[in-house]
Design a protein around this ligand. Structure first.
Ligand code: S3P
Length: 450
């Protein structure tokens, strides 16, 4: 788990050209869901390509604590022997979800409609994040929760012994909240309905259907209306996890800002609810193409090719695209610093409650490295310095946030002077092979305390 070990200060120095293929790890969102739904099915679910980052490993441990058998066969191949919907055992100890908001919120949903009690905690970052957005709808099913002030972890959930189905309109665009309600709905009788105004990632809906649940999504004037029929018997699945577009974003953006680069990132999941960054980069004038589009494991997939793009222009990122690229704004802001003109990012209030306040964390580090940033509660803008105009030369704080650390490492690849982060250890939560993979492409990253 990050945030408890020794900080790892890291520096990224200007790279000559990034070349080659970048095989990024499996999708984090899909990996969590494969383990949780595998644990709620009856029998053996086989998973290949699972992300073996700390966040997902914490979810695997949690599923064991709730009674599922989880086996790591090596090489990204895993088995989960599930206990069935409503079959979770009461954990003997506190569930530590480390840095993972997705892990804790989905697991809270999955256990909230069983007659068991569980206590959840996490690292210093996770224990600051709001949980009421999940415990409010879980209370409608009959679950009770007691946490720290402001609905923060550590928190105990007492699952509902006689759950009732709910109809819930998610008040913020959040796939974690939507998914928590759907997972809770699995063990409630009758139909649970979730309504979301803006479409967020739909991996839970796709995977629930794959496991044999009856689930339907309708697009209406209210937004997306998702109806799940409770108490199904979930059938174990064979799941091939596609590679993570949110991880692909780092080698792709690094190639766009590093002179002479030409990088292929094969087999990237391009679910439309996740691919917003790549369309935004194309709108900015990036030399980025999708090659060999195909379908794998029920998700659209393609190979991404990114080449150095010195002519990128700042744009207004359409706010309605925010949910489909919510995790990619930090690295987009780095690309925006290497473009010409202003990049405006609005409708992004949710960035303030991620692993860090990502607007604040990026604004501080960008400014320290010579880039002008303006910000409001739900928007920010970055003034481009042009392809060779980013000064660099400063250390940014990563605030226990993997994507902040990786974004500043990308910045150093194209900046005039080295860029450092105070702590790169959180990178292991989602992209444990980041340093090796970027180094193999030609990046010049180092750990400063070794
Ligand atoms: C995720 C949903 C998003 C995203 C997170 C993963 C998921 O969070 O930022 O990294 O797997 O459902 P929110 O639901 O808070 O928007």
């Amino acid at each position: 788990m990050s945030g408890h070990g020794t900080p790892i200060p890291m520096t990224s120095r200007r790279a000559t050209a990034l070349k080659g293929e970048a095989h990024v790890p499996g999708d984090k969102s899909i990996s969590h869901r494969a383990l949780i739904l595998g644990a709620m099915a009856v029998g053996e679910t086989r998973i290949s390509g699972l992300l073996e980052g700390e966040d997902v490993l914490d979810t695997a441990k949690a599923m064991q604590a709730f009674g599922a058998e989880v086996i790591n066969h090596g090489g990204g191949e895993w088995s989960v022997f599930g206990v069935g919907v409503g079959g979770f055992a009461e954990p003997e100890n506190v569930i530590d979800c480390g840095n993972s908001g997705t892990g804790v919120r989905l697991i809270m949903g999955a256990m909230a409609t069983s007659p068991i009690t569980a206590t959840f905690t996490g690292d210093a970052s996770l224990n600051k994040r709001p949980m009421a957005r999940v415990t409010d709808p879980l209370a409608l099913f009959g679950a009770q929760s007691v946490g720290r002030e402001g609905g923060r972890l550590p928190m105990t959930i007492v699952g509902a012994a006689d759950p009732v189905p709910v109809r819930y309109e998610v008040p913020v665009p959040s796939a974690q909240v939507k998914s928590a309600v759907l997972l809770a709905g699995l063990n409630a009788p009758g139909q649970t309905v979730v309504i979301e105004r803006e479409a967020t990632r739909d991996h839970s809906e796709r995977m629930l259907a794959g496991f044999g649940a009856t689930i339907a999504t309708e697009t209406t004037d209210e937004g997306r209306v998702i109806t799940l029929t409770g108490q199904p018997e979930l059938k174990p699945q064979v799941i091939a996890v596609p590679r993570d577009p949110s991880s692909a974003a780092f080698p792709v953006c690094a190639a766009l800002i590093t002179p002479g680069s030409d990088v292929l990132v094969p087999g990237i999941g391009l679910n439309p609810t996740r691919a917003g960054l790549f369309y935004t980069l194309q709108d900015m004038g990036a030399d980025l193409s999708f090659e060999n589009p195909r379908e794998e494991g029920g998700e659209p997939v393609a190979d991404l090719r990114a080449r150095y793009s010195p002519d990128m222009k700042g744009i207004e990122v359409p706010p309605e695209r925010a949910a489909s690229m919510i995790d990619e704004y930090p690295v987009l802001s780095v690309v925006a610093a290497f473009a010409t003109g202003t990049t405006m990012m609005a409708g992004v209030k949710e960035l303030r409650v991620k692993e860090s306040d990502r607007i604040d964390a990026m604004a501080r580090g960008l400014r320290a490295n010579g880039v002008s940033v303006d910000e409001g509660e739900d928007w920010w803008s970055v003034e481009g310095c042009g392809p060779d105009g980013v000064k660099g030369g400063a250390t940014a704080e990563s605030f226990l946030d993997h994507r902040i650390a990786m974004s500043f490492m990308v910045m150093g690849m194209g900046a005039q002077n080295p860029v450092s982060v105070d702590d790169g250890s959180p990178i292991a939560t989602s992209f444990p092979i980041f340093e090796r993979l970027m180094g193999d492409l030609g990046a010049n990253l180092s750990r400063d305390n070794q």
